[in-house]
Structure formats: C-alpha cells, structure tokens
Write a protein that binds this ligand. Structure first.
Ligand code: ADP
Ligand code: MG
Length: 329
C-alpha cells in the first residue's frame, strides 16, 4: 500500500499509533501459528509474499468475507470464526478441483484484543494444518468485526472444475448431508448441528478426485436450490431434483421431525459447504468408487435436463432462492 500523500481509507481505519505495538504483536501471534511450505519464498513480515507456482499448474484464487452478525452470529467463538473463515475459502477451492496451497488474511477488529486473536489464529491454523495451507500475509485494521480470507490453490492446466459444463442427461450428486448447518443456526444449543454450522469440513479431497469425472461443480453455501441454480444458469440447462433423495443426517431427522420443514432447510438453508456436482452417465460408476475410497457419502439427487428451470421429479417447480429467512443470523 502506497505511503505518502494520499489519505487512503486504510490510513483512517488502521489501528491507531497508540495501538501500533498492539497491531505488531497481533500479527506476530498470527504468524506464530502459520505453517511453512517450500513454495513460499517469502511469507509474513515483508511488504508482500513471494510464492512459487509449480510448472504446468494453473493458480486458482478465491476470496470470501465474513461479517459478524451477517455471516456468523454475534457471540460465535473466535476459534470457530478462524476455522470457518478458512473453511469457506477451501470449499471454493474444492469446488474448482484445486489443491490448496496458500492463504492471506484481512482482519478488521473493533479493538486489538490479543486473547481473541490468539483463539482466532488457533482455529484458523487447525484447519490450515489439515490441508497444508500456509498463511503468507494479510492486513489488520480497526472496524466492525470482519474477516476476509483469500486462498490460492493449483490445478493442472485446463483441468479446473467449473459451473458451466453440465449437459442434459448428466446425473446430479451432492456430498455429505444437507440442512444440518441451517438447523444448527435455528437451534444453537444442538451441539452436533451447531458444529456443522461453526466448523464445516471443506471437501478438498473430493474436489481433486472429481477432476476429469464431474462435468460441473459448485459448493453449497447459499442453499442447494440456489447453488445448483447457478450451475444450471451457467450451463444453460435445467434439472429435475429427487427431493426425497436429499441426504439427511440422523441428527437433523431427530431435531426437525417435520418433513416439509426439513426439506426447506435442505433446499434453502445454506452453509452446508458440501459439493454439488454433475457427472455424465458413462462416468457415474466412478463416483461410487470415490465415495468408497474417501468414506464420504455421495448421493445421486437428480438429473440435468434440457428444459431450463428447477423442478422436482414430478415436474413441479421448485423455489430457487426461497427460504432466505432460514439463511443467516
Ligand atoms: P504494510 O504496512 O507494509 O502493508 P503491515 O504492517 O500491514 O505491512 O503487515 C506487515 C506484515 O504482516 C506483512 O507481511 C503482512 O502481510 C502481514 N500481516 C498483516 N496483517 C496480517 C494478518 N491479519 N494475517 C497475516 N499476516 C498479516
Ligand atoms: Mg498492510
């Protein structure tokens, strides 16, 4: 960022000079949790990071922002926020079929709270370690609690999964179970469901395995109907969804006994961070093999059709963006 004359927004919002040493030690405590990788020539501590993209790979870049009270409920534990801020980005990389490598972190805090930052960094680092992600830089400013992460990953040339490759006849699959996070938001005392909201598991290995198998992919962040809708729009197709086949956890079934309410959470709830992907029929058998290898539930939930729009298997139209009131805090 340029110094000198320009009164950049950043100067106004950055931690005040009286807190300068505070900002420094906050960054140091984050830096202490970052793992190192051989492809990081220079990480946290200089004006920029210097990174090496392997030969024959394309760099996939994603970014997601989480604002308190919008993307997570006020009072969410700092460690959970740290985990989730990275998780939602790794989920985007997974949906692209990319292997994660690096991340940067922009942290906006109401005050320089060292205890909060340590817990946040712990949650972030726990997930980063699982996926071998090195935190290589960031920025720290003052303001309403906001966390922005940019993540970087690799795919072999032209092998990224995209939203625009679905064709009529392709089978539609989804990983894991749907609706748990939305139910956890509605019932914050239910620890199993709440864990699905606060600590989503990005399907990184699945995304990589789907390269060359899936014709299109997206991660389910805003609700299955909305996110599958993006695939349909990008691909210029429609779909029939078997709503009775939506994968349902035992916890959700017990906690939300009404089938209609459960279905609403599963179609429109969001925050699942599962992958929804389409597969040409000739490659469908490979999906079962991936499910076995990864011990991950992969459920066929419908079929891509030529006629635009989203409907159930009886042909009744499904609301694509409904149930927004379940979505977030
Ligand atoms: P500059 O003023 O040159 O932008 P900063 O003081 O903002 O530098 O940051 C110093 C170093 O610390 C940089 O390497 C930057 O990437 C890193 N950094 C700052 N904030 C964070 C953060 N929240 N997470 C990770 N690295 C950070
Ligand atoms: Mg900076």
């Amino acid at each position: 960022v340029a110094r000198g004359g320009v009164p950049a927004l950043k100067r106004v919002t950055r931690m005040r000079p009286s807190a300068a040493s505070g900002e420094f030690s906050l960054i140091e405590s984050i830096r202490g949790t970052a793992l190192t990788r051989r492809d990081v020539a220079l990480g946290i501590g200089d004006d920029g990071a210097v990174l090496r993209v392997p030969r024959g790979r394309e760099l996939v870049v994603v970014m997601d922002t989480m604002v308190e009270g919008v993307h997570f409920p006020r009072g969410t534990a700092a460690a959970d926020i740290g985990w989730k801020a990275l998780a939602v980005n790794l989920s985007d990389l997974a949906a692209m079929g990319a292997e994660p490598a690096w991340a940067t972190l922009a942290l906006t805090l109401p005050q320089p709270d060292a205890t909060w930052v340590r817990a946040f960094a712990r949650g972030f680092a726990a997930l980063a370690k699982r996926h071998g992600v090195a935190l290589v830089g960031g920025d720290t400013t003052r303001g309403r609690l906001t966390v922005t992460v940019q993540a970087h990953g690799f795919v072999p040339l032209r092998r990224a999964l995209r939203r625009d490759g679905a064709h009529a006849g392709d089978a539609i699959f989804v990983s894991g179970t749907l609706g748990d996070a939305a139910a956890g938001l509605a019932d914050r005392k239910h620890t199993a469901l709440r864990a699905r909201l606060d600590r989503p598991s990005p399907r990184v290995a699945l995304g990589v395995a789907l390269r060359g198998v899936a014709s299109a992919a997206i991660d389910v962040s805003d609700g299955l109907a909305a996110d599958l809708g993006h695939v349909l729009d990008a691909s210029g197709v429609g779909a029939a969804l078997d709503v009775d086949a939506l994968p349902t956890s035992a916890a959700l079934r017990a906690s939300v006994p009404g089938a209609a309410r459960r279905r609403a959470l599963q179609l429109g709830g969001g925050d699942d961070y599962e992958l929804c992907f389409t597969v040409p029929t000739r490659r469908v058998a490979r999906v079962a093999a991936i499910a076995r290898e990864q011990r991950l539930r992969l459920t066929r939930i419908g079929t891509i059709e030529r006629a635009r729009g989203l409907r159930d298997s009886a042909g009744r139209p499904l609301e694509r963006s409904g149930y927004a009131h379940f979505r977030r805090a």
